[in-house]
Design a protein around this ligand. Structure first.
Ligand code: GDP
Length: 597
């Protein structure tokens, strides 16, 4: 097929604005799938994804569409909607020339939509604005058109009104894809250049690469080279998704589809890499390749130490289809053996933990999430620290930098005061406000990533009674006065409770932690001091008074078997205790503290 009869596009939408429903309708309308074969919500495959309305993996689908008697090949490349996956969004965008910008007619433009639309425009994509769900009684298409004009500078005349549910506007959308979007770009290079924008692992075929061919072509039997890594492989199969895998003779310029090679290990193919042919290699990679770097780290430990091997095996399995997840083994005095894991963001972390619990039936405990700090030592050496335990001694530190974010927050007008107070409490600075409509404003602010890790989103939701939303992108590093806060139980530091915090917040956080620990830790036979210390200097203290405990006391005069049973039970319970110095801390206390603070 000639490249001017191919269109590659994606759909950008906020969660729940109807992307899945609309995609299904497009597939149905082009007879890519028959209505009766259509399972509900074909594109979202994982249960967890469906429940949370997040598409984690991008699945490209090819459709054939007739316009003016000519056949066009339309490739729809799915993009994940959430900010944690913005690296996936950007590489899906790199495979497209255009995007449908989908907005719910009743909800209006959301923070995420703005962020993703900006990403698309930066990459030079043509945008088709679509106002979806106009069948809803609460639909306000005019309001959404106004928002498109005001916030994104998209002319209202360009908007298509549609409903994925009732089928309104579907033909207009398909027509617009053909007539408004440009045909494939970067086709004029003499050599073959193919972008890998995703990978999945298949037990029978090995690694399946989702690819966009920019120039040249690939076919089975070709020897290819991954330009980023130099890795070579032989192509075994190429084809398109329609939506099932459909093998083809070759994949030419402008096409989107898949390549199966002799490579069996997912780690050997980097997402974002450029494939070329070893017989006639291209000189330069395709532009825009960025390696994914995890931004949030946390320790994951099995609640039951016997589950360590199971956790290890499960992590390895998870990583097969989640190249963004990284982990190394670590051990903690308090929690035993586990893993230090790197995630793209908070949502990614939650999803991984949830999958371990659900799909692998593991009880796990996670330590406080931490960002990656750049620590410049007095010697001039710069070290990256993602674990408070590895923060160098203060005498060796010249300065510490922390990662910053640029956040876009949508809030109802009446909540602005509280939102600004929250931003400032989190060490943020708001430098721009814009009216979205009569009831909402958009705040732009700079915040330390560390400050939004724990409860920011929950508080945002509660301040705005669920109506607020936030999106962010990473925005470099800034010097900050950060210190290490340790919690000591009976003068012994408990590694699982250590954290890196801003100096101004150390005392407050230290007090709060001591206070909670006092309520959670069981009394011991002796007096126990709980202290918070900044670099060894105590800033808060609580004391748990001593208690005598005799489990057999109640059985005075009872028979020996009952006594033995009670002692047996106590022994069992002790196994779940962690010995910190002379103090036993029940596993349960870690769970309570790490969950709530
Ligand atoms: P996604 O999260 O963007 O993929 O959204 P979905 O396609 O899963 O849709 C979210 C919810 O909106 C579902 O309950 C759909 O049934 C509903 N929905 C999607 N499209 C329409 C539409 O055009 N009209 C109406 N009334 N509801 C819709």
């Amino acid at each position: 097929m000639k490249t001017d009869h191919i269109r590659n596009f994606c759909i950008i939408a906020h969660v729940d604005h109807g992307k899945t429903t609309l995609s299904d309708r497009l597939l149905e309308s082009t007879q890519t799938v028959q209505k009766r074969e259509m399972q509900e919500q074909l594109l979202d495959s994982m249960d967890l994804e469906r429940e949370r309305g997040i598409t984690i993996k991008s699945h490209p689908v090819s459709m054939l569409y007739k316009h003016d008697g000519q056949e066009y090949l339309l490739n729809l490349i799915d993009t994940p909607g959430h900010v944690d996956f913005s690296y996936e969004v950007s590489r899906s965008l790199a495979a497209c020339e255009g995007a449908l910008l989908l907005v719910d007619a009743a909800q209006g433009v959301e923070a995420q939509t703005v962020a993703n639309a900006n990403l698309a425009m930066e990459q030079g994509l043509e945008i088709i604005p679509v106002i979806n769900k106009i069948d809803l009684p609460g639909a306000h298409p005019e309001m959404v058109e106004q928002q498109f004009e005001d916030i994104l500078a998209i002319p209202r005349e360009d908007c298509i009104r549609a409903s994925g549910k009732s089928g309104i506007g579907i033909d207009d959308i398909l027509e617009a894809v053909v007539t408004r979007l440009p045909s494939p770009r970067w086709t004029d290079c003499d050599q073959t250049r193919v972008l890998v924008f995703d990978n999945v692992y298949d037990t029978y075929k090995g690694v399946i690469c989702y690819v966009r061919v920019f120039s040249g072509s690939v076919k089975p039997g070709d020897e290819i080279v991954m330009m980023g890594t130099g890795q070579k492989a032989v192509v075994k199969e190429v084809g398109r998704f329609s939506p099932k895998m459909l093998p083809e003779k070759d994949l030419g310029a402008g096409r989107t589809g898949y390549i199966v090679t002799s490579i069996k290990d997912l780690a050997e193919i980097k997402i974002g890499d450029t494939i070329t042919l070893s017989a006639d290699p291209a000189a330069e990679m395709l532009p825009g390749y960025k390696e994914v770097r995890p931004m949030v780290f946390s320790g994951l430990y099995p609640l039951d130490t016997n589950d360590y091997d199971k956790l290890k095996a499960s992590m390895a399995k998870l990583q097969i289809n989640d190249a963004a997840l990284v982990y190394t083994s670590e051990s903690s005095v308090a929690l035993g053996f586990g893993f230090r894991c790197g995630f793209l963001g908070l949502l990614h972390m939650e999803i991984v933990q949830e999958r371990l619990r659900r799909e692998y039936d593991l009880d796990i405990i996670s330590t406080y999430p931490s960002v990656v700090y750049n620590v410049t030592k007095t010697s001039g050496e710069v070290v990256e620290v993602d674990n408070p335990l590895f923060l160098p001694d203060p005498s060796e530190i010249d300065f510490i930098e922390e990662p910053m974010i640029r956040a876009t927050i949508h809030t109802p007008t009446e909540s602005i005061g509280d939102m600004l107070a929250l931003i400032s409490e989190k060490r943020g600075v708001c430098d721009h406000t814009e009216t979205v409509d009569e009831t909402r404003v958009m705040l732009s602010c700079d915040l330390p990533l560390n400050e939004i890790l724990v409860d920011f989103n929950d508080r945002l939701k509660s301040i705005t009674r669920g109506y607020g939303s936030m999106d962010y992108e990473l925005n470099g590093y800034a010097v900050s006065d950060l210190v290490k806060l340790d919690i000591l139980v009976n003068a012994e530091p408990v590694d699982a409770f250590s954290s890196i915090v801003h100096r101004d917040k150390a005392v407050g956080k230290g007090r709060a932690l001591c206070d909670r620990l006092k309520d959670i830790l069981p009394r011991q036979m002796f007096k126990v001091a709980i202290q918070a210390a900044v670099y060894g200097r105590v800033v808060a203290r609580e004391t748990i008074s001593a208690m005598r405990k005799d489990v057999t006391a109640k059985c005075y005069g009872g028979d020996i078997t009952r006594k033995r049973k009670l002692l047996e039970k106590q022994k069992e319970g002790k196994k779940r205790m962690k010995q910190i110095g002379k103090v036993s801390i029940p596993q349960d206390a870690f769970v309570k503290i790490l969950k709530t603070t």
